[in-house]
Design a binder for this molecule. Structure first.
Ligand SMILES: [Fe+2]
Length: 249
């Protein structure tokens, strides 16, 4: 099974001044009844001191590492949620001086998957001094299972999400039933949202989630970068309101 990926892969693509994405290859996430294909994407921000902040690093390739080395020194490796961390140890090998930042629960999750990774600091509901001038952040609360840390790059007005919105383009898939599955899960472009299984973990605690959502909305993002599927390069506020309408009910 394959998913649409966003060629060219493993190369820096500018989003705005001091912010880039890198589209990665398909990965397969194992579930009880098989595996689900995902496209991958990381985000890189150049901080005011010239160092690089890397959100949800994808599998490193020599070409990508060479491009990044031209851009500046990698200083921060960020796991936004407990299922986005798999390549951080690989990046630590390339950049042993980088600081690895843990999302809530990622240590336990990695241990349960027998994936060795060492984090230096925990992410909190407040941006640390290392990047608070350039990037704001909050922990999106309310899920019984997974809290994602969301980020806002102030100068480019870009919201950076991992799984809170997924927006696959199954129309590019040869498999018709696959389109149906993505649609049923609520993660098909143009109506990408929080995946249904993740949405269900907020049941009974939507009031808490709404507080996080409204704070995020208050950033008034123009762009929204997602880890999976087509990202939004404009109309961020409208896209946020559309994709989080499940929280209004
Ligand atoms: Fe993900």
């Amino acid at each position: 099974m394959s998913v649409h990926v966003y060629e060219p892969l493993n190369t820096l693509k500018p989003v705005a001044e001091n912010i880039w994405i890198v589209d990665g290859p398909q990965i397969n996430m194992d579930i009880k009844i098989g595996s689900i294909p995902f496209s991958t994407r990381m985000t890189i921000i150049k901080l005011n001191d010239g160092s690089l902040w890397c959100h949800s690093p994808i599998q490193a390739t020599p070409n990508l590492i060479a491009e990044i080395n031209q851009l500046g020194p990698v200083k921060h490796l960020v796991s936004p949620n407990m299922i986005h961390y798999a390549y951080i140890s690989e990046w630590q090998n390339y950049y042993p001086d980088a600081i690895a930042w843990a999302s809530p629960g990622v240590d336990k999750r990695a241990a349960s998957q027998n994936i060795e990774v060492t984090f230096d600091h925990d992410l909190t509901n407040q941006a640390p001094p290392e990047w608070s001038i350039e990037i704001d952040q909050l922990i999106f609360k309310g899920s019984a299972v997974m809290e994602e840390v969301v980020f806002f790059h102030k100068s480019s007005q870009t919201l950076i999400l991992a799984d809170l919105i997924e927006n696959f383009e199954p129309q590019h898939s040869k498999h018709r039933w696959w389109r149906l599955i993505y649609k049923l899960a609520g993660i098909a472009h143009p109506d990408g949202k929080t995946p249904l299984d993740f949405r269900l973990t907020f049941t009974g605690n939507k009031i808490t989630a709404r507080k996080s959502y409204y704070k995020m909305l208050g950033w008034q993002p123009e762009k929204i970068i997602l880890a999976h599927g087509r990202w939004y390069d404009m109309d961020g506020v409208a896209e946020l309101k559309r994709s989080f309408r499940w929280l209004e009910k």
